[in-house]
Ligand binder design. Structure first.
Ligand code: KIV
Ligand code: ZN
Length: 510
């Protein structure tokens, strides 16, 4: 059995996708979860892209101990230096450098000849190797590159010290048969290919990213690059959960030995969706809400008689519990802690105290507290940021024959504590409340997106509200959870504003 390496690029390629930007705390929280799930490599970002990216790569490199941490760099000395600066304290750092190799990219984007690209790739891998023993080289747009040129460039960079050669399908153009042949071609025609790990990185423009990745694994690629929930540039990247569950469910097909803990998949998917505010489609393979739901009578009957009739993998294998024990306001601390442990959360005493207090407040409002409620409760804790504005109270007056009016009172904590109240009318109750908050904050920004979804079913279900606000080029996501949807909305708006204030302060300090 060959050893498989799962390279997660949620924090780099995933974060590049529209509306998926994350702040430092959020990236750290995702990185901790990826470490818990035991991915082999975390691509933490593109260090030279911005001071914020640099800080996140550095913080992740200094926090994560059990995974290799990589930073992307163009094939330029300044990019590589910046990556190394961010990575150098990591237990296992990797510099990832890339240059495009297709005729179309070399001619129109790089305006470089083949020989110039070859020499740049060689010299930059050699340069990176002097700083870091682990160097990955990617031939951008490899699937549309001349295979003979790819063989030459890979042979050259391996000689220069590359430990991993990555073959991206940058524009999601290839097909499983074609990609299989390309990977096989690289293995057979690059004389020193056995000295490096062969990696693939597929985009999903034609919906074939996972199929192409798996075809490459069959052809001998042993590092697979992917993202949680398949987020990424344009149509996204190969979804980690789909790739690994295919390998787990069909071991005879792939014959690969991996260390990833699949029972952390559900939690990872939830976390990324909750942080980015990008929901997972219900029928999405593996992590969609319906992935394990059997609706039709025939299927239900079959599953009741024998699960394997219609279930090729178990919900437990991705960390979804089949919990029959109900938690409510009479549940004690022990039962709560027990439930957390089963869900894979292991909290310190202080964290447990805080979570239990929140659970009690929720259990007072909701008859039954479900696992999804607990997950949301813990996610709130995970990415807490300083609350410049805290909600004190709000009153909303609305109806179909009156203009909606909201009065909101916030507590401003910025050195001194101040109570500020504003009233506003609006185009509906949420708009009125948001406008009152804007008056209090006195900062100009635009609301880009607002959505509301329920955490669980039932009339007393908690609502999760998401907003995205933009100030100049920066997008901030806010989230609020409550059994009252108006309160959830108000909290989400304030969360986004608090993040904006916090991050702008951080930027000033850099
Ligand atoms: O899609 C791509 O080609 C990339 C590379 C930089 C690896 O993301
Ligand atoms: Zn990519």
């Amino acid at each position: 059995m060959a050893k498989l390496f799962i390279f997660d690029t949620t924090l780099r390629d995933g974060e590049q996708s529209p509306g998926c930007s994350m702040n430092l705390q959020e990236k750290l929280e995702v990185a901790r979860q990826l470490e818990r799930m035991k991915v082999d490599v975390i691509e933490a970002g593109f260090a030279i892209a911005s001071p914020g990216d640099f800080q996140s790569v550095k913080a992740i490199a200094e926090t994560v101990k059990d995974c290799t941490v990589a930073s992307l760099s163009r094939a330029l000395t300044q990019d590589i230096d910046r990556s190394w600066e961010a990575l150098k304290k990591a237990v296992s750092p990797r510099i990832h450098t890339f240059i495009a190799t297709s005729d179309i990219h070399m001619q129109y984007k790089l305006k470089m000849t083949k020989d110039e690209v070859l020499e740049r790739a060689r010299s930059m891998v050699a340069y990176a190797k002097k700083l870091c023993s682990d160097v990955e080289f990617s031939a951008e747009d490899a699937s549309r590159s001349n295979p003979e040129f790819l063989y030459r460039i890979f042979e050259t960079v391996i000689d220069a010290g590359a430990t991993v050669i990555n073959i991206p399908d940058t524009v999601g153009y290839t097909t499983p048969e074609e990609f299989f042949a390309l990977i096989k071609g690289v293995r057979e025609n690059v004389p020193n290919s056995d000295k490096a790990i062969i990696s693939v990185h597929c985009h999903n423009d034609l919906g074939m990213a996972v199929a192409n990745t798996l075809a490459a694994a069959r052809a001998g690629a042993t590092q697979l690059e992917c993202t949680i929930n398949g987020i990424g540039e344009r149509a996204g990247n190969a979804a980690l959960e789909e790739v690994i569950m295919a390998i787990k469910t069909r071991p005879q097909m792939y014959n690969l030995d991996y260390r990833l803990d699949t029972t952390q998949i559900h939690r990872s998917s939830r976390l990324v969706s909750s942080i980015t505010g990008v929901s997972v489609q219900p029928n999405k393979a593996v992590v969609g809400a319906n992935a394990f739901a059997h609706e039709s009578g025939i299927h239900q009957h079959g599953v009741l008689a024998e699960k394997s009739t219609y279930e090729i993998m178990t919900p437990e294998s991705i960390g979804l519990s089949q919990n029959l024990m109900v938690l409510g306001k009479h549940s004690g601390r022990h039962a709560f802690e027990d439930r957390l442990n089963t869900l894979g959360y292991h909290l310190t005493k202080e964290e447990l105290d805080a979570a239990f207090d929140k659970f009690k407040v929720l259990a007072d409002k909701k008859k039954v507290v479900q696992d999804a409620d607990i997950e949301v409760l813990l996610e709130q804790k995970a990415v807490e940021i300083p609350e410049t504005y805290k909600l004190d109270r709000f009153v909303i007056n609305t109806g179909n024959t009156i203009t909606a009016t909201a009065s909101v009172r916030l507590i401003k904590q910025n050195g001194e504590t101040k109570v500020i109240e504003e009233v506003s009318t609006g185009d509906g109750p949420i708009d009125a409340a948001f406008k009152a908050i804007e008056k209090i904050a006195g900062i100009s920004f635009t609301l880009e997106d607002y959505s509301l979804r329920s955490v669980t079913e039932g009339q007393d279900a908690q609502g999760e509200a998401y907003v995205k606000i933009r100030r100049d080029t920066q997008l901030y996501t806010g989230k609020g959870v409550s059994t009252d949807v108006f309160e959830a909305s108000v909290l989400s708006y304030m969360n986004a504003i608090n993040k904006m204030i916090y991050e702008e302060k951080l930027e000033e300090q850099v």
